[in-house]
Write a protein that binds this ligand. Structure first.
Ligand code: MG
Length: 223
């Protein structure tokens, strides 16, 4: 198999182990408005933009019969919790080596994240190895019409690299992200988290065109 034209990486839960921290921040924010989020609801928030998540949580708060806060009020509770938790995120196993392998083989790279530019800056500060990924598509990117699960973020990343998205490998861990990358035509590698496997009934059925990996160290770039 030839080398991909480019590797397009999700950030949260793929390169950095931020998802448990994001979940905790949403859980604590929802709790202060009278809602306990289920495991299924927390999975549904993964990979989506903050404002999209906030609207979803507001709707669940309303369905639970509680007084629905404004987006601003909800995020005002969540933001300080997230800012305190996220800088402690560790690299996902195999992530540092995979980025180094792409770099060594001259495979172009982009980060395709639903996180805002500011949130990425906060999370990546302790991780200088992420600087090797120079091209970025953020959730608040001015050139982005729609976020994941729409195909726009992956299409935009490929356009910025000057490659065809159908010749790219995408790396994702969330339902919204996988849908986005598939819709853009990428070959999608799905990182399946161990806690998702344990909660097997919650694991989405990925299309057979996806490559499933338990660990990024399983990914082999062809010669
Ligand atoms: Mg993710």
């Amino acid at each position: 198999m030839p080398l991909p034209a480019a590797c397009l990486f999700d950030l949260d839960g793929l390169l950095l182990d931020t998802e448990p921290l994001h979940s905790e921040a949403w859980q604590r924010a929802a709790h202060s408005f009278g809602l306990h989020l289920t495991g299924e609801q927390l999975l549904a928030l993964r990979g989506r933009r903050r404002l999209d998540c906030a609207e979803q949580v507001r709707s669940w708060i309303g369905q639970a019969g509680q007084v629905v806060p404004s987006v601003e009020a909800l995020l005002a509770v969540r933001q300080p919790i997230a800012e305190r938790l996220l800088p402690s995120a560790q690299p996902m196993p195999g992530a540092v080596a995979l980025i180094a392998a792409c770099r060594a083989r001259g495979v172009p790279m982009a980060m395709v994240t639903s996180s805002s530019r500011m949130a990425v800056a906060l999370k990546e500060a302790p991780h200088p190895w992420l600087a090797a990924i120079g091209v970025r598509v953020h959730g608040d990117d001015p050139a982005l019409a729609a976020g994941k699960p729409a195909p726009d973020p992956y299409r935009l990343a490929a356009r910025r690299l000057g490659v065809d998205p159908r010749a790219c490998w995408a790396f994702e861990d969330s339902q919204a992200g996988v849908q986005s990358a598939l819709a853009a035509g990428c070959l999608v590698h799905v990182l399946v988290h161990r806690d998702d496997r344990l909660a097997a009934e919650l694991v989405p059925q990925w299309p057979s065109s996806c490559r499933l990996v338990d660990n990024l160290s399983e990914v082999v770039l062809a010669d």
